[in-house]
Design a protein around this ligand. Structure first.
Ligand code: UDP
Ligand code: MN
Length: 295
């Protein structure tokens, strides 16, 4: 049984969430057993949220990495589509991490939206590019984000916004349900199975997708720091988690429960096909030729 929204133990004083209608969607799970809402289309009034956060005058940071071929292939589409759909009407600061800053496309941005580029190394292994994002996000929160934004989202670049990704997605600690697994038995979840890895999970509850996570900068700082430490410990022990940063993220969220979950509408893989419970697509995966992009 779901608690009433104002009974959520994890949401003291989070008045905005009292407006979520958990019972408007009877076809899907709208709250977790620990009391975090799962955001589905139809559960919220977008205008209510936008107005609430505009009054708070918040700034949302958005980090994205485009290293090697990922820049040419995905960054422009990612940014232009974010301008159309990501936190529209709010202050947004983009943080683009790339090995070739000179190639970052100049995007026409709405008022109160800015973009900073940071140069990063191109590690020879794509797994390291992906995993070490944790370290760079943790560092940028300390040096920059904490002075400019209250909330931060960290996204993969190989995806495109096609629908509203708005203020209803803001929360203290936000995780995304993976579109492959949200209706599947836990048996299918691809947690790390190696007891030698710090990401090892014997039995979990949800399977989260590392392509999207976010929250307040304080919570995301803690997450990225702990995941990075765990990744480095694995490296010292010569092990690597099955799905790299995603395995570590799942371990972190198992031990530190997110306060808000996003339904797979927030990152849908179109080739899954029609699903009756998916009413809108907000982000969709871009096509990827793995051999080509990861060389
Ligand atoms: N990435 C990158 N260059 C690389 C490898 C990864 O920029 O060589 C970044 C990029 O933002 C990408 C993310 O790391 O979206 C995660 O990697 P990828 O999307 O390939 O992982 P998948 O979603 O396939 O698990
Ligand atoms: Mn990806």
């Amino acid at each position: 049984k779901c608690p009433l929204p104002h009974e959520y133990p994890l949401h003291p004083g989070n008045h905005v969430d009292n407006s979520l209608d958990l019972w408007s969607r009877t076809d899907v799970q709208t709250c977790t057993y620990w009391g975090a809402p799962i955001i589905w289309d139809g559960m919220f009034d977008p205008e209510y949220y936008d107005e609430f956060y505009r009054k708070q005058n918040i700034t949302v940071a958005l980090t994205v990495f485009a290293v090697g071929r990922y820049l040419d292939l995905y960054l422009e589409k990612f940014l232009t589509s974010a301008e159309q759909h990501f936190m529209v009407g709010q202050r947004v600061v983009y943080y683009v991490f790339t090995d070739s800053p000179e190639k970052v496309p100049k995007i026409k941005m709405a008022a109160f939206r800015t973009l900073f580029t940071f140069k990063v190394e191109k590690y020879s292994r794509w797994q390291d590019v992906s995993m070490l994002r944790m370290k760079m996000i943790s560092d940028i929160i300390d040096s920059h984000v904490r002075h400019h934004a209250q909330y931060i989202f960290c996204l993969d670049v190989d995806q495109t916004f096609v629908g509203r990704f708005g203020t209803e997605a803001l929360g203290d600690m936000v995780a995304l349900l993976h579109s492959f697994y949200y209706r599947r038995p836990k048996f299918f979840y691809t947690y790390d199975q190696n007891p030698k890895s710090t990401a090892y999970i014997k039995t979990g509850d949800m399977y989260y997708h590392a392509a999207v996570f976010g929250g307040t900068w304080q919570r995301v700082k803690n997450l990225t720091q702990i995941c990075y430490d765990a990744i480095m410990q694995d490296k010292m022990n010569h092990v690597e988690a099955l799905w790299h940063d995603e395995s570590h993220l799942n371990k972190y969220f198992l031990l530190n429960k997110p306060t808000k979950l996003l339904s797979p509408e927030y990152c849908w893989a179109e080739y899954i096909g029609y699903r009756r419970d998916i009413h809108v697509h907000r982000l969709v995966w871009a096509e990827k030729n793995y051999k080509f992009v990861r060389q």
